[in-house]
Ligand binder design. Structure first.
Ligand SMILES: [Fe+2]
Ligand SMILES: [Fe+2]
Length: 302
């Protein structure tokens, strides 16, 4: 195995004031690091009026990017859109659901579904916020696809999704079904990477690493912890900035996989303005430390 790719998650371009610079830094680094491809784990760039001019500039960057750039959809991408229109906006309607690169099999999974009264529904126009059902789930259609796909590859696999595939605060509600679907994969699953939670976390279960990649941009604070960071000039145009703990620099990672190990090269930054401790920030079920960092990691294989 020999593959190197750049990966980012949860840029939330709609909310922030410097999204273009963040995406540009990611692209420039991945190109100079000679990555084989780029991966975005969702909550990125939904169509719509908010921040429209900057979004167009970022779309131009994506169009000019010389490397393949894959996307999985995040929940917020479907807040005001259908999934198909987001994929079309990102120019990736035809992207493969799985592909091989450098001796590794990569599988893109969509966990933007909920289950209500025994039926599964895909996210669209924010519908998932109104259900009393299970949110999110990896639906049967994705489980069936995954089982079949893993059964037909002789290469070890990496799973990519927006929401966590293992038990976590906001991960899928059916992680046991996921584990069952991958248990008999002939060449095995090395790693499952998610975004969504805006934290840096790694755990291992049944020989599979489950890795949560921190957000490129911020940790969510919410109305109760609203505070000013950048001042009225910027926050008038970008009011959501009052509701987050912004990361000064864009966070992303380069992941290199060889026969012996998975090596994550991350980035460290700092929170701009008030720190969570200063606001006595608390969130039910949050066990991870809020940190503006993607730590370097070396994960042995085998
Ligand atoms: Fe997010
Ligand atoms: Fe999300």
């Amino acid at each position: 195995m020999q593959v190197r790719f750049g990966i980012m998650a949860d840029a939330h371009i709609e909310f922030i004031h410097d999204g273009e610079a963040r995406v540009r830094a990611f692209l420039d680094t991945c190109i100079s690091e000679k990555c084989d491809f780029l991966m975005d784990l969702g909550d990125f760039l939904p169509p719509g009026e908010t921040n429209a001019a900057e979004k167009e500039r970022i779309r131009a960057l994506l169009r000019d990017c010389p490397l393949p750039f894959y996307h999985v959809l995040g929940n917020h991408d479907a807040d005001e859109n259908e999934k198909a229109s987001v994929l079309s906006y990102l120019n990736c309607e035809q992207q493969p659901r799985s592909f091989d690169c450098g001796g590794v099999h990569f599988v893109l999974l969509d966990a933007c579904y909920y289950r209500e009264d025994g039926k599964e529904y895909g996210y669209a126009n924010g519908n998932y916020k109104k259900t009393a059902g299970e949110v999110p789930v990896l639906p049967q259609s994705e489980l069936d696809f995954l089982k079949k796909d893993l059964g037909s590859t002789a290469l070890p696999s990496i799973l990519l999704s927006h929401q966590s595939l293992i038990e976590s605060r906001t991960g899928i509600k059916n992680p046991a079904a996921l584990r069952e679907a991958i248990a008999d994969a002939p060449a095995g699953v090395l790693l499952a990477i998610c975004g969504h939670e805006h934290v840096d976390r790694l755990e291992k279960r049944d020989g599979v690493y489950y890795y949560c990649l921190n957000s490129m941009s911020y940790y969510w604070a919410g109305e109760r912890y609203a505070h000013t960071t950048y001042g009225e000039g910027i926050e008038k145009a970008h009011p959501m900035l009052r509701l987050v703990f912004p990361y000064r620099d864009p966070l992303f990672a380069i992941i290199e996989i060889t026969d012996g190990e998975i090596r994550v090269t991350g980035r460290r930054s700092e929170i701009v303005g008030a720190l969570p401790e200063a606001l006595d920030f608390k969130k039910a079920g949050l066990h991870e430390r809020i940190t503006a960092a993607i730590e370097d990691r070396c994960l042995p294989i085998g």
